[in-house]
Design a protein around this ligand. Structure first.
Ligand SMILES: *[C@@H]1O[C@H](CO)[C@@H](O)[C@H](O)[C@H]1NC(C)=O
Ligand SMILES: *[C@@H]1O[C@H](CO)[C@@H](O)[C@H](O)[C@H]1NC(C)=O
Ligand SMILES: *[C@@H]1O[C@H](CO)[C@@H](O)[C@H](O)[C@H]1NC(C)=O
Ligand SMILES: *[C@@H]1O[C@H](CO)[C@@H](O)[C@H](O)[C@H]1NC(C)=O
Length: 176
């Protein structure tokens, strides 16, 4: 059993398969990122979403994913004034679907402002993000290299995967 497993892992076909998976995993990252708002704290009171958004870059066609208690909070897109003053009446867009799981496409380069109604905005449930154009691909003379050009975001993600596979491969070779 152990012998069979080792043989399969060592075959070139298996390595190609792993690389194939790495490329598959990378592809969605090239075009868009889905941000889980608040990460593990989700969309809740007593989270500072200014701090959460501060060091992040939101690019066009990324998504915001709001996860929250559907019986209490909601997701309302408002203008800057109403964001600052926590005014939930007449929102620009009500993204609340009722499931407590709402996805907002950031498909325009501009500022977006979100608050929760029902008074939760006053408890800190307000998020402002600035959506940027995708950064230009890295300047490192792609024509000269002749290598297939990847967007920088995809390449950054792929590198650790390649290294991990390489390391696993080495470990396998030397453990025999
Ligand atoms: C924001 O929206 C409110 C209506 O909800 C409106 O009265 C106000 O003028 C708007 N402010 C700006 C800066 O557009
Ligand atoms: C937003 O939409 C949801 C679902 O359609 C609805 O239940 C809710 O009353 C709306 N909230 C506001 C503030 O418009
Ligand atoms: C952005 O997405 C919204 C909601 O899906 C849609 O109504 C709007 O037409 C889109 N705008 C552009 C510029 O694609
Ligand atoms: C969130 O943190 C920022 C920066 O530390 C601060 O200026 C802001 O007042 C905080 N917001 C809330 C609602 O506590």
């Amino acid at each position: 059993m152990e012998r069979v497993k080792k043989k399969m892992l060592g075959s070139p076909a298996m390595v190609l398969l792993f690389l194939g998976f790495a490329v598959l995993l990378m592809v969605p990252e090239v075009s868009a990122k889905r941000w889980l708002v608040g990460d593990g704290k989700f969309w809740n009171p007593n989270v500072n979403y200014t701090v959460w958004a501060r060091d992040k870059h939101f690019y066009i066609d990324d998504w915001l994913f709001f996860v929250y208690d559907r019986n209490q909070m909601n997701v309302l897109e408002v203008n800057k004034t109403n964001y600052e003053n926590c005014i939930a009446e007449h929102p620009i867009h009500n993204w609340t679907t009722g499931a407590g799981r709402d996805v907002v496409p950031l498909n325009v380069t501009r500022h977006y402002y979100f608050i929760s109604g029902n008074g939760f905005c006053y408890g800190g449930m307000k998020l402002a993000v600035r959506v940027e154009k995708l950064p230009p691909p890295p300047k490192a003379a792609p024509e000269k290299a002749g290598a297939p050009s990847l967007s920088s975001r995809g390449a950054i993600l792929l590198m650790p995967v390649v290294f991990a596979i390489g390391a696993a491969w080495d470990a396998f070779i030397y453990s025999r």
